[in-house]
Design a binder for this molecule. Structure first.
Ligand code: VGL
Ligand code: ZN
Length: 224
């Protein structure tokens, strides 16, 4: 059941939802849903194992949040993170770009193509903002806040601050890439940061899922 808009902003609401999340102050909380797009789900070009399974969970969890923001990976054709943009390079290999090492991916989430669309089962009508990232050809953007040079902002930090959000709950795809980098940046930016693990799925490339869990513990990012 959607929290009624009649609840005054200051009222402390303690209500358990599917993931055992307790939403304390609805107006300072935001659910940030990362990249629930066709290319990361079953049959997509960069399929995350079990990616589709997060959709019903996110639909349910979102009902406990007054504020929800979605992200969309949104690359131009021939984006530099695509292995196909580098002759002789294989997907999942690494190259060095001016901003540091970059994993090369299969072509995915190309602007306006069906693979970039949000999963059709995602049903969060009260979503307030959909922010796109990765639209500069020369630079990838895992995080919802900063591109992979860790400098170029997406504008989301300013939006969150201006909206008065203090606590960011994350869910979506992929746990060990875009969710991870978004959570790290949220924490560095001073937001209380919580990752709803059962509403995420990992690519789990070279142990990256376990490395992400360790890093979250070290960084004080709560896994719930
Ligand atoms: C992602 C790899 C490349 C993600 C996006 O959403 O985790 N991963 N682009
Ligand atoms: Zn991408």
């Amino acid at each position: 059941m959607l929290l009624s808009t009649a609840i005054p902003p200051s009222r402390v609401v303690r209500r358990r939802c599917l993931s055992e999340v307790i939403v304390d102050n609805v107006d300072a909380d935001v659910l940030l849903v990362i990249d629930v797009q066709n290319d990361f789900c079953a049959g997509g070009s960069l399929e995350v194992p079990g990616g589709d399974d997060v959709v019903p969970l996110i639909n349910e969890i979102a009902q406990d949040f007054r504020h929800v923001v979605l992200t969309q990976d949104w690359h131009p054709p021939r984006h530099l993170s695509f292995a196909s943009s580098h002759k002789g390079s294989e997907a999942f290999s690494q190259i060095d770009l001016p901003y540091g090492p970059q994993t090369l991916w299969p072509d995915h989430c190309v602007q306006n193509r069906p693979g970039a669309a949000l999963h059709k089962g995602l049903n969060v009508p009260h979503t307030e903002l959909i922010i796109r990232k990765g639209f500069r050809r020369e630079i990838d953007s895992y995080s919802a806040f900063f591109e992979n040079d860790h400098k170029t902002p997406t504008g989301l930090a300013g939006y969150f601050k201006e909206r008065g959000f203090k606590k960011v709950y994350l869910a979506g795809l992929a746990f060990d890439y875009c969710v991870r980098y978004s959570a790290e940046d949220a924490k560095s930016l001073g937001f209380e940061t919580l990752v709803i693990e059962n509403a995420c799925k990992a690519i789990d490339f070279n142990g990256s899922a376990e490395a992400t869990r360790k890093l979250f513990r070290y960084r004080g990012i709560d896994l719930i």
